[in-house]
Design a binder for this molecule. Structure first.
Ligand code: ADP
Ligand code: MG
Length: 835
C-alpha cells in the first residue's frame, strides 16, 4: 500500500459470494450472480453490474481472502495504523464463516479457518521477527445487541455495567469491559474460542437476537523499542461480524408493519452513513455521524482518518435471496464508489455457453442411467411361480395314484391266490386225516404181515426136516411171496402219503408268508392313501391361500390404479393451480409494466401542463398520486407472486427429488412386500408406474424451469421499479401546501373507498366460506357412504370366490374317490375271472 493509496482510499470494499448451500440446491434455487473473469465485477440478473476492490467468487478459499484483502491491513497495524475488518451481509451469507466466528482449536489445521485465527497466527509470526521490540497484546470480545454492550469474555454472573467514554488522548475507552493481556497465540485463540462459545450459547437461546447483534473482536498492539521508554506505538485492530443486514420481515398480525419496515438495525444504518461520508470525496472534511450508534462510536478511532477499513460484503448466490443480495451490493457500493462498466460481456457469454454445455452433458448421462435402469427392470425373474407349484403337485399326485393302482393290483392278485390256497386246503384237510389214519393202518398191516412172514419162514425151516409137510411148505412159500408183495405196496403207499403231508405243511408256511405280505401291502396302501390325502389337502390349502392372495392382489391392483389415477388427478390439479399462479404472476408483471409506462407518460404530461401554466392542480396531483400508488401496489403484488413462485419451485424440487429417490430405489410406491410372488401382470404394472414417474419428473422439471425463468423476469422488473432514484424522486412532485392538501384529500378518498370495498369483500368471503364448509360436509358424508359400500361389496366378492373354490374342490375329491372305487372293482373282477 503506497502513501498515495492510503490517502485516497480509506475504505476498501470486497465482495464475497459463498457457494449455494445444500438447502438452496434442494429447493431448486438458481445462481443469480455472474462473475466476470479477471475483473473485480459481479453482475446481478441481466445487466446490473457492481465493481469493488476485489470480488471473490464461490470457489475462493479462505486463504486467498486473507492474503489478498486482510494481510495488507496487518502490515499497517505493525506500522501503527488502526484497522477494522467488517463482515456485512444478510443472515446466512457467510459473515461468521469468513470471520472465523465459530472457530475451535480442533480446526487449527483446516483450510476453512476464517480471518480472525489467521490474523492471530500472523501477528505472532510478525512479533517473533522483531527481536528489538517489546510487545503488549490485549484482547477484548464484545457483542452489541439492541444498543447494549455485552462482554463476551466475562464469565462471572454479575457483569459490571459497560459504558463508552471518549478520551482526548487515548481515544475511545470502554469502561467495565474485560481486556485480557495475552502472551501467546494459544492464549489469544483461547479468548476467541471463549467468546465464540458465549455467542453460540446466546444464539441457541434467542436465535433472532444473534443474527441482529454485532460481534467485535479487538486486538490492541503496543510496541516499545527495547531500552527506549518513550518510543511507544499503539494500534488497534477491530474484527467485526456485523448483524444480519436483512430487512425485518413484515408481519401484518403485529400491526407494526410500517415501523418494522423502517427499523433497519441502527448500527448498520449509521455505519453506512459513516462509511459513505468517509468515502465521498465531495464530503471530505465534513461532519461524520459517528455518534448515531454504539457500533460507530466504538469503531470511531478505527474508521477513517489514519485507519484502514476493509468491508467484506457477503452474499448468497441464490435467486431466492436476490433482493437482499442487491441491497448488500448497493450498501457496499455506497461505501466504495467505483464506476461500473460492462467490461467483459463477451467473456460472460462464453461462460454461459460453457455452463449450458455442462448442464447438457449432465442431462445426457442422467438419461443414459435411467435407460439402463429401465432395461434392468424389464427382466423379471419367474422362479418359484405358483404355476410351477401347481404342476408339481399334479405330477406328485399322478405318481402316487399310479403307485396306488399297482399296489392294489398286486394285492388283489395275492389275496386271490391265498383264497384259492385256502380252498384247496379245505379239500386237503379230510384227506390229510384220512392219510394219517391210512398210514397208521398201513403200518399196522405191514407189522402184522411182517410177523406172518417171519412165522412162515420159521415154519418153512422146520418143515425142511419134515418131508411130509412138503405140500404145506409149498403153500406157505406162495403165501410168503404174496405177503412180500403186499408189504412193498403198502410201503410205497406210505411213502406217497407222507410226501403229500410234507407238501401240505410247506403250503401252509407259504400261505402264512403270503398273508404277512398282504398285511404289509395293505398298510403300505393305507400310508399311500393317507399321503395322497394329506398332499391334496395341503395343496387345497395352498391353493385357497393363493387364490385369496390373488384376490387381494387384484384388490390392491385396483387400489393402486385408483391411487395412480388420484395421483394423476392431483398432479393435474396442482398443475392447474400452478398455471393459474403463473398467469397471475404474468398479469402482475404486465400491470407493473403498464404502471411504469403510465408513470413516464404522466411525467411527460406534467411537464407540458406546467409549461402551459398551472391548470387544475388537483387533477394533476390526482393523476400522479394514483399512478404512484398503482406502481407501488403492483410492485408489492409482483413481490408477492415472486414469493409464491419461489415457494412453488421449492415444492417442485422436493417432489422431483422424492420421485427420483423412489425410482432409484426401484420401489413401487404401494405394496412393497411380497416381491417373490409378483405376477407378470404386476411386473408390467411396475414398468408402467416407472414410466409414469419419469413422465412426471420430466413435466415437473419443465415446470421448474418455467418457474425459474419467471422468477428471473419478475425479479428484473421489481428491481427496475424499486430503483433508488425513483424512490427519492417520489415526493419531489409536491412542492406547495395546496398540492399537499389536494394529495391528502385524494388519499383520504382512496383509503375510504378501499376500506369500504375491503369490508364488502370480507363479508362476501365469509359467506363463501360458510358455503364451502357446507359443501365439504356433504361431500364428506357422500364419500363415507361410498367407501362403506365399496368395502361391503369387496368382502362379498371375496366370500363368493372362496365358496366357489371350496365347491370345486369338493367335487374334484368326490370324483377321484369314485374313480378309485371303480378301478378297484374292475381289477378285482378281472382277477376273479382269471382264477
Ligand atoms: P452468517 O454469519 O452470515 O449468518 P454463516 O457464516 O453462518 O452466515 O454461513 C451460513 C452457512 O453457509 C454456513 O453453513 C457456512 O458454513 C456456509 N458458508 C458460508 N460461506 C461459505 C463459503 N465461502 N464456503 C463454504 N460454505 C460457506
Ligand atoms: Mg453469523
Amino acid at each position: 500500500m503506497t502513501k498515495e493509496d492510503e490517502k485516497v482510499i480509506p475504505v476498501r470494499v470486497v465482495m464475497r459470494c459463498r457457494p449455494l448451500v445444500s438447502k438452496e440446491i434442494n429447493e431448486g434455487c438458481q445462481c443469480c450472480l455472474t462473475f466476470v473473469p479477471g475483473e473485480p465485477q459481479v453482475i446481478v440478473g441481466n445487466d446490473k453490474a457492481f465493481t469493488y476492490d476485489y470480488v471473490f467468487d464461490p470457489t475462493t478459499e479462505q486463504e486467498e481472502v486473507f492474503n489478498t484483502a486482510v494481510s495488507p491491513l496487518l502490515s499497517g497495524l505493525f506500522r501503527g495504523y488502526n484497522a477494522t475488518v467488517l463482515a456485512y451481509g444478510q443472515t446466512g451469507s457467510g459473515k461468521t464463516f469468513s470471520m472465523g466466528g465459530t472457530y475451535t482449536s480442533e480446526q487449527e489445521n483446516e483450510s476453512t479457518v476464517g480471518v480472525i485465527p489467521r490474523v492471530i497466527r500472523r501477528i505472532f509470526q510478525e512479533k517473533s521477527k522483531c527481536a528489538d521490540c517489546e510487545f503488549l497484546l490485549v484482547v477484548s470480545y464484545l457483542e452489541i445487541y439492541n444498543e447494549e454492550i455485552l462482554d463476551l469474555l466475562c464469565t462471572s454472573k454479575d457483569k459490571p455495567i459497560i459504558s463508552i467514554r471518549e478520551d482526548p488522548k487515548d481515544g475511545i475507552k470502554i469502561v467495565g469491559l474485560t481486556e485480557k493481556e495475552v502472551f501467546t497465540a494459544h492464549e489469544m485463540v483461547g479468548c476467541l474460542e471463549l467468546g465464540n462459545s458465549a455467542r453460540t450459547v446466546g444464539s441457541t437461546a434467542m436465535n433472532a437476537a444473534s443474527s441482529r447483534s454485532h460481534a467485535i473482536f479487538t486486538i490492541s498492539l503496543e510496541q516499545r523499542r527495547k531500552g527506549d521508554k518513550s518510543d511507544v506505538m499503539v494500534s488497534k485492530l477491530h474484527l467485526v461480524d456485523l448483524a444480519g443486514s436483512e430487512r425485518q420481515k413484515k408481519t401484518k398480525a403485529e400491526g407494526d408493519r410500517l415501523k418494522e419496515g423502517i427499523s433497519i438495525n441502527r448500527g448498520l444504518l449509521s455505519l453506512g452513513n459513516v462509511i459513505s461520508a468517509l468515502g465521498d470525496e465531495s464530503k471530505k472534511g465534513s461532519f461524520v455521524p459517528y455518534r448515531d450508534s454504539k457500533l460507530t462510536r466504538l469503531l470511531q478511532d478505527s474508521l477513517g482518518g489514519n485507519s484502514h477499513t476493509l468491508m467484506i460484503a457477503c452474499v448468497s448466490p441464490a435467486d431466492s435471496n436476490i433482493e437482499e443480495t442487491i441491497n448488500t451490493l448497493r450498501y457496499a457500493d455506497r461505501a466504495r464508489k467505483i464506476k461500473n462498466n460492462l467490461f467483459g460481456v463477451l467473456g460472460l457469454l462464453g461462460a454461459f455457453q460453457i455452463t449450458m454445455e455442462q448442464i447438457n452433458e449432465k442431462l445426457q448421462s442422467k438419461l443414459e442411467e435411467l435407460r439402463q435402469h429401465a432395461e434392468m427392470c424389464a427382466d423379471p425373474q419367474a422362479k418359484d411361480s405358483p404355476e410351477a407349484y401347481t404342476a408339481q403337485h399334479a405330477l406328485r399326485q399322478a405318481q402316487m395314484s399310479k403307485e396306488l393302482i399297482e399296489l392294489n393290483n398286486v394285492l388283489a392278485l395275492k389275496e386271490a391266490f391265498v383264497k384259492k390256497m385256502c380252498q384247496n386246503d379245505h379239500h386237503l384237510e379230510p384227506m390229510q386225516t384220512e392219510y394219517q389214519e391210512n398210514i397208521q393202518s398201513l403200518q399196522a398191516s405191514v407189522g402184522s404181515l411182517q410177523k406172518e412172514k417171519e412165522d412162515l419162514i420159521q415154519a418153512l425151516q422146520s418143515a425142511k426136516k419134515d418131508t411130509n409137510q412138503a405140500k404145506l411148505s409149498e403153500q406157505r412159500r406162495k403165501r410168503l411171496q404174496e405177503l412180500e408183495g403186499q408189504i412193498t405196496e403198502l410201503k410205497k403207499k406210505l411213502q406217497d402219503q407222507s410226501k403229500l403231508l410234507k407238501l401240505k405243511e410247506s403250503s401252509v408256511r407259504s400261505l402264512a408268508k403270503l398273508n404277512q405280505e398282504i398285511q404289509a401291502m395293505k398298510s403300505q396302501r393305507v400310508q399311500l392313501m393317507r399321503q395322497m390325502k394329506e398332499d391334496s389337502e395341503k395343496f387345497r390349502l395352498w391353493k385357497q391361500k393363493k387364490d385369496k392372495e390373488v384376490l387381494q392382489l387384484k384388490e390392491k391392483d385396483r387400489k393402486r390404479q385408483y391411487e395412480m389415477l388420484k395421483l394423476e388427478r392431483d398432479f393435474q390439479k396442482q398443475a392447474s393451480v400452478l398455471r393459474r399462479k403463473t398467469e397471475e404472476a404474468a398479469a402482475a408483471n404486465k400491470r407493473l409494466k403498464d404502471a411504469l409506462q403510465k408513470r413516464s407518460e404522466v411525467a411527460e404530461k406534467r411537464k407540458e401542463v406546467q409549461n402551459r401554466g398551472a391548470e387544475g392542480v388537483s387533477s394533476r396531483i390526482k393523476n400522479w398520486l394514483l399512478n404512484e400508488v398503482e406502481v407501488l401496489v403492483s410492485t408489492e403484488e409482483a413481490r408477492r407472486h415472486l414469493q409464491d413462485l419461489l415457494e412453488d419451485r421449492k415444492m417442485l424440487a422436493e417432489e422431483i427429488s422424492q420421485l427420483r429417490q423412489q425410482m432409484e430405489a426401484g420401489e413401487r410406491p404401494v405394496a412393497k412386500v411380497r416381491r417373490r410372488t409378483l405376477t407378470i401382470a404386476e411386473l408390467e404394472g411396475q414398468g408402467e408406474l416407472e414410466a409414469s414417474i419419469s413422465k412426471q419428473v420430466e413435466s415437473l422439471e419443465t415446470e421448474m424451469g418455467l418457474r425459474s425463468a419467471q422468477i428471473a423476469d419478475l425479479q428484473q422488473k421489481v428491481l427496475d421499479a424499486d430503483n433508488d432514484g425513483r424512490i427519492k424522486q417520489r415526493w419531489d412532485s409536491i412542492t406547495t401546501i395546496v398540492e399537499a392538501k389536494s394529495a391528502l384529500k385524494i388519499l383520504m378518498a382512496e383509503v375510504v373507498a378501499s376500506k369500504v370495498a375491503n369490508a364488502k369483500l370480507e363479508s362476501e368471503l365469509k359467506q363463501e366460506k360458510a358455503n364451502l364448509l357446507d359443501m365439504q360436509k356433504i361431500l364428506c358424508d357422500e364419500r363415507k357412504l361410498m367407501s362403506s359400500m365399496d368395502m361391503e361389496h369387496q368382502s362379498q366378492l371375496v366370500e363368493m370366490e372362496q365358496r366357489h373354490q371350496e365347491k370345486v374342490c369338493f367335487h374334484k375329491r368326490q370324483y377321484l374317490a369314485e374313480m378309485q372305487l371303480f378301478e378297484n372293482l374292475e381289477s378285482e373282477g378281472a382277477k376273479k375271472y382269471k382264477y
